[in-house]
Design a binder for this molecule. Structure first.
Ligand code: 13P
Length: 250
């Protein structure tokens, strides 16, 4: 599946109860009359089914924010990739920094989850990003290379894969790298993917971290930025749609 640009995904994180989330999904579905780009929302597990039903026919993708590396079994409290697909999800975010850093997920675990997600037919949004300490130490490139090396299975193809660059220090802080830093980093990631994956230069690259209506246009105009992964601003229909339109989406 080739994703039309701009690719604008909303990570709702652990936010929203049923009524407000379905209202948000309904407003987005109404705006998505004939999508020229790719729009997706990633609600909490409990709302995936209802949100998928609400946006059905609009072209808006619905995804999970994580999945387990096994397809089923005695893993209390976990959600398997086939369960996401069964609930109506067609995508999943993996390796988000809030899971890598908050919950101790390793590259090896992310890789195993990626294999499971692909086996279930899900589009994978693989998140990578350096911490502030790594950024200040000039270790960004090394960290991103290590995360890609460790998180991508051997022999993986470019289909069904999206990579999101989310500097940990830019998430929820209102701070972003400069446009030039984002451009340069995305160029590096594009090269790394081209070397690692046959056809890897075609993998869509998203920027994430404090994307708002007022900076989205500049960011999405940069070379090698195919779209954005939005956190806080995706919880408001107007902000999220303004971001999508700022990237040229209609
Ligand atoms: P914010 O847009 O709230 O900074 O979150 C970004 C993010 O983590 C998206 O996955």
């Amino acid at each position: 599946m080739r994703l039309a640009r701009p690719v604008v995904f909303g990570n709702w994180k652990m936010n929203g109860l049923r009524a407000e989330s379905l209202a948000l999904a309904g407003t987005l579905a109404e705006r998505a009359v004939r999508l020229t780009g790719t729009v997706g929302v990633f609600p909490p597990f409990t709302l995936i089914h209802a949100v998928a039903q609400r946006v059905r026919g609009s072209g808006i993708l619905v995804g999970g924010q994580d999945c387990h590396e096994k397809a089923s079994g005695a893993y209390t409290g976990c959600i398997a990739a086939p369960m996401l697909a069964d609930a109506g999800a067609t995508a999943v975010i993996l390796g988000h920094s809030e899971r890598r850093h908050g919950l101790g997920e390793t590259d090896a675990l992310v890789r195993a989850k990626l294999v499971a997600a692909r086996a279930a037919g899900l589009l994978v949004v693989l998140c990578i990003g350096e911490t502030e300490a790594e950024y200040l130490a000039g270790a960004r490139s090394a960290r991103l290379r290590a995360q890609l090396d460790g998180s991508l299975p051997e022999g993986i193809g470019p289909e069904g894969l999206v990579v999101a660059y989310e500097p940990v220090w830019a998430i929820g802080t209102g701070r972003t790298p400069t446009a030039e830093e984002i451009r340069a980093t995305h160029g590096e990631i594009r090269e790394l993917l081209a070397r690692r994956i046959v056809g890897g230069e075609a993998v869509p690259l998203l920027y994430g971290g404090s994307v708002k209506p007022d900076n989205a246009g500049e960011i999405m105009a940069l070379a090698d930025v195919d779209g954005v992964l939005v956190g806080g601003a995706s919880l408001d229909a107007r902000s999220f749609w303004t971001i999508y339109q700022a990237g040229g989406g209609a």
